[in-house]
Design a protein around this ligand. Sequence first.
Ligand code: ADP
Length: 185
Amino acid sequence: MRLLIMGPPGAGKGTQATKIAEFFGIAHISTGDLFRANLSEGTALGLEAKKYMDAGEYVPDSVTNDMVRDRLTHADAQAGFLLDGYPRTVAQVAELDEMLGDETLDKVLVLTADTDEVVGRLLNRAHKQGRADDTEEVIRRRLEVYEEQTAPLIDLYSSRGILVSVDGLGSIDEVAGRIHAVLNA
Ligand code: ADP
């Protein structure tokens, strides 16, 4: 099973991704988590990524693509994976296509959420976790970047016939229930 989950910042992707990956016994590959892990270990990659993350911008493809390419070779990803936060640009889709070859994605799940709702959720999370990329200005920029660079992937994957969409508004269990319904699980 090879899946991708996408959706605007604050739609609850990370939470649902963890549950889906556990349910199917597949690797959860979150580029945001990989960047944050690199940062807390103080690696060169982490320090480079921080500059962009703190501003709400995307980390350059040259950094991101190589990190994912490497992660996909790990043993736990061989039985399947859930990509979370990658690909996020049309150029990254082309790169992923090349990495996967014939082993194409089975489904792309989009979590939808209204802008005011996600801004509220992100500000709330910022207070609790103190994430540097969660000031209101940065949040608005992240949403803009999502609309410009990532929303076009919805049409792209829809034209491949593998897109499923779920309303991300509701309790964690409600949303999880909808996801299971569209994934036939
Ligand atoms: P969220 O789920 O809240 O959108 P993530 O944890 O997925 O945030 O990602 C945090 C940040 O990491 C992004 O705002 C971006 O700067 C960087 N990032 C994550 N994935 C990618 C990617 N595929 N390409 C470029 N930058 C990325």
